[in-house]
Structure formats: C-alpha cells, structure tokens
Design a protein around this ligand. Structure first.
Ligand SMILES: [Zn+2]
Length: 123
C-alpha cells in the first residue's frame, strides 16, 4: 500500500470511530506504521476530534518522538503508540479512544465480569 492510500484509510478510520461514539472532544487517536520507514508512524494531530480528521491533519512522527511531517502538533499521548510499535514489529495500527461507558466503568471499583453471551468468549 502506498503512503497516500494508507493516510486516507487512517483518516477515514478516525472519522468512522468519531461518528460511532468515540468522539471525546480532541481525545482519542489512531496511528499506523509509516510506509516510508518502519520506525515512524502516521497519527492524527492534536486539537482535533476524530470525526474531523482528514489526511492533512495527520502527522508523521519518528521513534524518537520527533515530528518529521505535518502541520499539527503531536498529541501528548503519542508515546503510547510509539512504544507499542517499538516493542511489537508485527503491529501496524494502534487505536486509543475514550469510549464513554468504559471510561465511566474504569472510575468504579467494580470487577470486569462477562455478563452477556458475547463476553463469555473472554471468561
Ligand atoms: Zn487517552
């Protein structure tokens, strides 16, 4: 896949998640391992909702956390992505969002339990 196509796909994936309940202001971000270098990534830039992401809003960041291409600033949670790519050469995409129910649940002291049929796969 060429870089232009991958960036279009990444921006589209951002908008799909944003339009399906993952738009938490400007929080949440997706990234993909870059085509030009296995040690850099494309990622949605800072101060932009997932639902607003276009290819020109993506930035290219190297494994030293340095932006090498792009107009926007890098997101403060960018190290989450970089460190996963460093440890897992087989990973080519990272998704980090703040879904409302998971975020609310994480603020409780409740244990995560399988409570429906689909969840039984994880028990
Ligand atoms: Zn986050």
């Amino acid at each position: 896949m060429e870089s232009k196509k991958l960036k279009e796909t990444l921006a589209l994936a951002c908008r799909i998640l944003g339009n399906n309940g993952h738009d938490d202001l400007n929080l949440g971000h997706l990234s993909a391992r870059a085509i030009e270098s296995q040690e850099s990534i494309y990622m949605k830039g800072r101060r932009l909702c997932l639902s607003e992401a276009c290819t020109e809003d993506l930035v290219t960041i190297d494994f030293n956390y340095k932006k090498v291409v792009g107009q926007r600033d890098t997101h403060s949670e960018m190290p989450i992505h970089i460190e996963i790519y460093k440890k897992r050469p087989d990973v080519n995409c990272v998704v980090h969002t703040h879904p409302i129910y998971a975020t609310a649940f994480s603020a409780t002291k409740q244990k995560l339990r399988p409570i429906n049929n689909i969840a039984t796969y994880f028990s």
